[in-house]
Design a protein around this ligand. Structure first.
Ligand SMILES: [Zn+2]
Length: 420
């Protein structure tokens, strides 16, 4: 019999139990919850070890494919609450499928294009569903979904002139953006605006005036970024703010070292996955929002000529994150979850897989190293750490829209729609 060479799993190592949380005899709501999660993770690990002679985790590729494919055509009643997030569902599913290297039939891609066209507003930008109000979040999701499809039909859905007008209508005098006309400001909006504007080549000299300075003001004493200046640092906002700064070429304005220290401290010692904020529980979706920061930071520090940078791994435990996602976040019937005991959904499926991809691939297009835990068949396609779509789809969109002129800024547009 052929000997299989397998990487011993970190979570079955003899020192793993020493990573368990200690409450120093001070019991709090947080410490009780943390211990409960560690118990449930330990149970999953024990069960896995009992059932597998050679414990190698497997990505349930076919099950995820069936779950995702069905979601493109049919959604259960549970998704009624996401009626205002329908472009998100398109993006989460299409991106998960591209990571799994599963093709989408041309007829379905074309139907998605036509559906997203109906979500586009007469005033520019995309809404959560046909007839709803334009909003930056579904605009980001729709543009990403269309770039993943990447056909002439998909690109031509986007009305770039109107999209630029929409972005000016939500731009604020201080450089920030509101999510929709009359809506709230937070750092997500700056990322959504920067992502769609850069992908579709509509950045004018004034569109992001003041934006980097405003984003920097969201970085707090913890090192991460809050949703607005003065709020607690949070994984989702930190990713959005940092990725926006990378797009705008201003990442050096952030305190990169304190950001690095904050994000690496969010990886859980026992579980292997990431928490979103200090003292919170592990959650599979932060596998992308937090781990996705490490490629951005690596490149930013590389640009600054940091001599201490690793040339073989990101600055987080890539193996531990893969083990958490593969062992604790897969629903046996397909789809991925927040943590053991939670139910599956397309959001967590997308961001668990995106985080798994980040943990498997080190480097960029010029230099690339893979670390695949388990069978080689667990390998996902790489993802672009700024846009979170596959890198070749980013390149293809850049090439397509670069040939089109940047639309002219409409006379009098911009900074006119402050929420009262
Ligand atoms: Zn989550």
């Amino acid at each position: 019999m052929e000997e299989e060479v397998v990487t011993p799993l970190r979570c079955f190592g003899e020192h793993h139990k020493s990573e368990l949380f200690t409450d120093d005899n001070v019991k709090t709501v947080t410490s009780v919850e943390q211990k409960k999660v560690e118990c449930s993770v330990q149970e999953v690990l024990n069960m896995f070890q009992e059932n597998h002679k050679i414990p190698q985790p497997t990505l349930l590729r076919e099950q995820h494919y069936v779950y995702l494919k069905r979601g493109l055509r049919y959604l259960s009643d549970a998704y009624e609450c996401l009626d205002a997030s329908r472009p998100w569902l398109c993006y989460w599913i299409l991106h998960s499928l591209e990571l799994l290297d599963k093709p989408v039939p041309a007829s379905i891609s074309s139907d998605v294009c036509q559906f997203l066209a109906r979500c586009q507003c007469p005033t520019g930008g995309f809404a959560g569903g046909p007839g709803q109000q334009a909003h930056l979040a579904p605009t980001y999701a729709a543009v990403n979904a269309l770039c993943i499809i990447g056909t002439e039909e998909a690109y031509s859905v986007i009305d770039r002139q109107k999209l630029l007008e929409f972005l000016y209508s939500v731009k604020q005098p201080d450089g920030s953006f509101v999510m929709h006309v009359g809506g709230e400001v937070d750092v997500r909006s700056a990322y959504c605006a920067a992502a769609v504007a850069s992908l579709t080549n509509i950045i004018t000299p004034t569109l992001f005036e003041g934006t980097p300075g405003w984003i920097v003001s969201c970085q707090n004493w913890e090192g991460g970024l809050g949703g607005v200046p003065g709020l607690e640092a949070h994984g989702g906002y930190t990713f959005c703010g940092t990725a926006a700064m990378v797009i705008l070429g201003k990442e050096d304005m952030l305190d990169l070292k304190s950001l690095l220290r904050w994000v690496v401290s969010r990886q859980m010692r026992f579980e292997g996955g990431f928490q979103g904020r200090c003292n919170k529980l592990v959650d599979g979706c932060y596998s992308f929002w937090q781990a996705g920061l490490l490629p951005l930071l690596h490149r930013a520090l590389y640009k600054e000529g940091d001599p201490m940078l690793s040339q073989s791994s990101w600055m987080f435990e890539q193996q531990a994150l893969q083990e958490y996602i593969l062992l604790c976040c897969q629903n046996p019937a397909g789809g991925l979850v927040d943590k053991p005991g939670k139910s599956r959904d397309f959001y967590h499926t997308c961001y668990c897989l995106s985080g798994l991809s980040i943990a498997q691939h080190f480097g960029g297009h010029d230099f690339h190293l893979e670390l695949i835990i388990g069978n080689d068949d667990n390998r996902l396609e790489p993802t672009h750490p700024v846009y979170n779509i596959c890198p070749e789809k980013v390149t293809q969109a850049f090439e397509h829209f670069r040939k089109l002129p940047v639309p002219a800024q409409r006379e009098g547009a911009g900074n006119t729609s402050n929420p009262s």
